[in-house]
Design a protein around this ligand. Structure first.
Ligand SMILES: Cc1ncc(COP(=O)(O)O)c(C=O)c1O
Length: 447
């Protein structure tokens, strides 16, 4: 059977049997669906042998490449001893070691780890824990949450309640609890002549104004530190976080850092909040936690929060669980990921990678169709001037034709490559992106 037929056949079966995420399935009548046979490093290979540079780390999860030999070896070894056991009433070496090492990564400030599977379930846990903390402390009226305009925290109903991206929220808004949104410090929204920092200070003042009026009923303020991802890679000054920490302290409101995307070196430091010199009350992690291998998420919190639940009364405990909480294989993948960070000095090494890709992307940054080219750590983003309502889908297709996996958010194109991206691969990514921009129709509203 010719190889092209193998791919066609699989895709036909996929479209018939698999309801793909975040997709209007009818668009697959013209939008390519890609079969993936294997991955290696930054590259994905389809059943026909075509390759694609995974410039978005497979939805921001992959850190050290596909089929990383070191993570593979750790998982193979774990398979021979324990795949999974329930975590209520039981424990195991990988989950204990992972919790200890993650706590050390926060300087010991967040010493209690509660596990789940996906990012959204971590957000649910942080919201519930914050609410329950205040209830256990005799303040049950603190049951509301605030988040930034344009924030994205996942799509289960609780996480969606604090999400503010119309595309994902509007349809289901009637099902979600009410929450408040405060102005985003996204520097693109700064006034004429206003610096990113000054704008961040102005937005922090708006947060303060909100909490001044609503602190009595607000349990927590949840924030994506430094970069708001799904709204379109909105980047902002760390001063906002520093002030948000002070304001939350002043009004007895928890600060939840959703580092599901920004954690594990994405913004240039191990955690983004480090750049503001603060520590949140709750830290949500997932995605890169397992190097992009297995679904695992965790909520880390302080001793004071933990103590509010530690009691003889069962009802004061955090009675929340998921079947796969603390899965041993996922924890082992996470430990192997942390090993690579330490052994290869990744945070330092990435600084040179950031500089190299920024330099390689100069033609993209200066392209006449590009606006707001920006970078934070291992994330690059820019807007493309276009009137095409289907720009994102079409750009995705054009990128595939040039061996790139790029998946714009609206008219925002971004690079979020695995950290194993070589200089040559970075140059290829930048040059081919510039080619796609060059080839865009002059008026691409109907192409
Ligand atoms: C900041 C942030 N929070 C939460 C989530 C939800 O994570 P998951 O898709 O694993 O549920 C995401 C996913 O993109 C995210 O970027």
């Amino acid at each position: 059977m010719p190889t092209s037929t193998r791919s066609d056949l699989l895709l036909k079966r996929s479209l018939a049997a698999v309801w793909h995420p975040c997709t209007q399935m009818k668009q697959h009548e013209w939008l390519p669906l890609v079969s993936v046979a294997r991955g290696e490093g930054c590259w994905l290979y389809d059943l026909d042998g075509r390759r694609y540079l995974d410039a978005i780390s497979s939805w921001w999860v992959n850190l050290f490449g596909h089929c990383n030999p070191r993570i593979n070896a750790a998982l193979r070894a774990q398979l021979d001893s324990l795949e999974h056991v329930l975590l209520a009433g039981f424990s195991h070496e990988p989950v204990v070691e992972l919790s200890e090492r993650l706590a050390r990564a926060t300087g010991g400030a967040l010493g209690h780890c509660f596990y789940a599977s996906d990012g959204a379930s971590a957000v649910e846990i942080a919201l519930k824990m914050s609410f329950h903390y205040w209830r256990n402390r005799g303040r049950p009226a603190k049951m509301r949450f605030a988040s930034l305009a344009g924030s994205y925290h996942g799509e289960t109903l609780g996480a969606l309640a604090v999400t503010d991206v119309a595309l994902f929220k509007d349809t289901y808004a009637p099902l979600t609890m009410a929450s408040s949104q405060v102005p985003s410090p996204d520097w693109r929204l700064a006034g004429e002549g206003e610096s990113a920092r000054d704008y961040a200070v102005r937005c922090a003042a708006a947060l303060e104004q909100h909490l001044q009026s609503h602190h009595a009923e607000t349990a927590a303020f949840i924030v994506e530190p430094l970069v708001q991802g799904a709204t379109g890679m909105a980047m902002y000054d760390a001063e906002y976080l520093r002030r948000a920490r002070e304001i939350c302290d002043r009004y007895a409101v928890h600060l939840i850092a959703d580092e599901i995307m920004t954690g594990f070196g994405r913004t240039g430091t191990f955690f983004a909040f480090e750049q503001a010199g603060i520590t949140p009350d709750f830290l949500c992690l997932s995605k890169g936690l397992t190097g992009g291998y297995l679904p695992l998420s965790v909520v880390m919190t302080r001793e004071a929060v933990y103590q509010a639940f530690y009691d003889d009364a069962v009802a004061r405990a955090f009675l929340h669980s998921h079947s796969y909480t603390g899965n041993a294989l996922a924890c082992r993948a996470a430990l192997a990921t942390l090993d690579i960070f330490e052994q290869d000095n990744i945070i330092e090494v990435n600084k040179a990678k950031t500089a190299a890709l920024t330099a390689a992307a100069r033609a993209v940054a200066q392209h006449p169709r590009v606006r707001h080219f920006r970078n934070t750590g291992m994330i690059w983003a820019f807007e493309v001037e276009t009137k095409d309502p289907l720009f994102a889908r079409r750009f995705f297709g054009r990128a595939l034709e040039r061996e790139l996996l790029l998946r714009p958010l609206g008219n925002t194109v971004y690079f979020m490559p695995p950290y194993v991206l070589s200089e040559e691969e970075g140059e290829l990514l930048a040059a081919r992106t510039a080619d796609i921009l060059d080839a865009l129709p002059a008026r691409d509203d109907a192409s």
